[in-house]
Design a protein. Structure first.
Lengths: 111, 109
C-alpha cells in the first residue's frame, strides 16, 4: 500500500487565490482527517469524515475553508480566498480499527 | 489545561543515553499513539497502545491505563533519533486524535 497520498507537497500562492489540497486515503480506512500544523498552535483538527460523511467541522477556521469527500478514495480541502495566515503544513490522515496513518503533508505558503 | 500533557518539552542527550519521554492524559481513551516527526518531515506512527508494553527495535512504549500515563523509551540513542515525539490519544472508535504539544529531542554525537 502506498499509504495516504497528499498533493501537492508544496504550494506557494498569492493572497486571494484559491488553493485546493488533495488526499487519497488508504483503501479500506473508513475515517479521514484533515489537520493543520503551525509553529504557534501545533497540530489542530480541521474536519473529519466517517464513511465519507463529515462528522465534525468545528475546527475549520472560517467560511473560507471547505472540505469534501465525494467518495471513499478522495478528499479535498479548499481555501478561497487564501490569506497569509493560512500558511501552514496541512496533513491528511486516515484510520481504521487497525491503525492511523498520516500523509506526508502539504506545505502551504501564502504570500 | 491540555487534555494531553507531555514532558519534557525539550530534551538534549548524548549519543548512547537512555531516553524517556512521558505522557499523561486526563480523558478516557481507547488507544494512545506515539508519533515521530523529523524536521520538515511527515508524521509517522511509532506505536498504538491500549494496554501493556510494545517494543520495536530500540524503542519501547508502555501505558498504565489506571494512572492515565504512558512513556516512550529509546535505548542506545543515536543522532538519527533527533525528532519531535508526539503523544496522541484516541477517545473512541474512529475519532480524531488529541495531541500533546510534543517533545523535541536532540541527540548529540
Amino acid at each position: 500500500d502506498a499509504g495516504v497520498i497528499q498533493s501537492p507537497r508544496h504550494e506557494v500562492t498569492e493572497m486571494g487565490q484559491e488553493v485546493t489540497l488533495r488526499c487519497k486515503p488508504i483503501s479500506g480506512h473508513n475515517s479521514l482527517f484533515w489537520y493543520r500544523q503551525t509553529m504557534m498552535r501545533g497540530l489542530e483538527l480541521l474536519i473529519y469524515f466517517n464513511n465519507n460523511v463529515p462528522i465534525d467541522d468545528s475546527g475549520m477556521p472560517e467560511d473560507r475553508f471547505s472540505a469534501k469527500m465525494p467518495n471513499a478514495s478522495f478528499s479535498t480541502l479548499k481555501i478561497q480566498p487564501s490569506e497569509p495566515r493560512d500558511s501552514a503544513v496541512y496533513f491528511c490522515a486516515s484510520s481504521s480499527a487497525a491503525g492511523y496513518t498520516f500523509g506526508s503533508g502539504t506545505r502551504l505558503t501564502v504570500v | 489545561k491540555n487534555e494531553v500533557e507531555q514532558s519534557p518539552q525539550n530534551l538534549t542527550a548524548q549519543e548512547g543515553e537512555f531516553i524517556t519521554i512521558n505522557c499523561s492524559y486526563s480523558v478516557g481513551i481507547s488507544a494512545l499513539h506515539w508519533l515521530q516527526q523529523h524536521p520538515g518531515g511527515g508524521i509517522v506512527s511509532l506505536f498504538m497502545l491500549s494496554s501493556g508494553k510494545k517494543k520495536h527495535g530500540r524503542l519501547i512504549a508502555t501505558i498504565n491505563i489506571q494512572e492515565k500515563h504512558s512513556s516512550l523509551h529509546i535505548t542506545a540513542s543515536h543522532p538519527r533519533d533527533s525528532a519531535v515525539y508526539i503523544c496522541a490519544v484516541l477517545n473512541s472508535g474512529n475519532t480524531p486524535l488529541v495531541f500533546g504539544k510534543g517533545t523535541r529531542l536532540s541527540v548529540i554525537a
